[in-house]
Design a protein around this ligand. Sequence first.
Ligand code: NAD
Ligand code: FES
Length: 289
Amino acid sequence: MHPITARTQLSPNVTRLDVEARRIAEIRQAGQFVIVRRANGAERIPLTIADADPARGTITLVIQAVGKSTRELVALEAGDAIQDISGPLGHPTEMIAAGRALCVGGGVGTAVVHPIAQGLHQRGVEVISIIGGRSREWVIFEEELRRLGQVMVCTDDGSYGRKGFVTDAARDVLAAGGVDIVYAVGPVPMMRAVANLTRPFGVHTIVSLNPVMVDGTGMCGGCRVDVGGQTKFACVEGPEFDGHLVDFDMLAERLGTYREFEEMASAACETGACRSELMPPSQLPAIPS
Ligand code: NAD
Ligand code: FES
């Protein structure tokens, strides 16, 4: 069992949980993730390790409550416990050793950008972060990123920082020159837009993908993505890939496979019924091959 030591509401549907996981806190590297299972029979949820405190033996998980399982997870309080946490999983972030990095975080993806910026800063790389949210209350990890370098905030409605998408600010920074690498994490349309933006500038761009994951060990094929015409399993070969080579259309399509069932489970959750009563796993559709 992994006791929760702190719970913080970061934005209307994004929650930070600091959780005891001593070994993971000691060995995790930027870009790696864990798979958590709240209790017996609960869904397995992949979550990036947003931060870690080896002295306290805790890791920081940032969860967007979008469905039944994530809502159950964020309903936990400090003092409650998560049953299983597997990890650290995935390849650590490919870091440059010197120069200037532009880190672009959209919404909850900003929590994934944080450990990347942290790792770069520790190596002496200059970090510029551009982070965005729908409006002021959706902007997260601003203070933490300001400790690591310059931060530009964008909001879709202009309620805080610059009005517009993160790509608007990124375009200006790229045009000014001097950016050696771009890291982008957020919704699929955002990562696709950042990759399209950096391509003509010839700046290497790394994105962190969030496909459906089940086992996290390369066995089930759920996290299959297409990168440069090759099949990759994000859990063991990612989750970070060259954004200029990712097939974002396929990623978006596969992410939508279970949307209908997720919506049914969410609706049922509100009335007290659980997903297994609605749809036995054997009747769920196979992820398209
Ligand atoms: P959101 O939809 O509120 O967007 C956040 C910001 O991203 C916006 O404010 C804007 O600046 C930028 N953005 C969005 N669409 C854009 C576009 N078409 N072009 C340019 N910029 C754009 O984000 P959210 O609700 O916080 O994010 C939810 C999504 O992020 C979910 O789909 C979730 O699966 C995904 N996610 C991805 C990762 C990952 O590792 N890639 C991690 C967590 C969540
Ligand atoms: Fe099963 Fe990656 S989650 S192969």
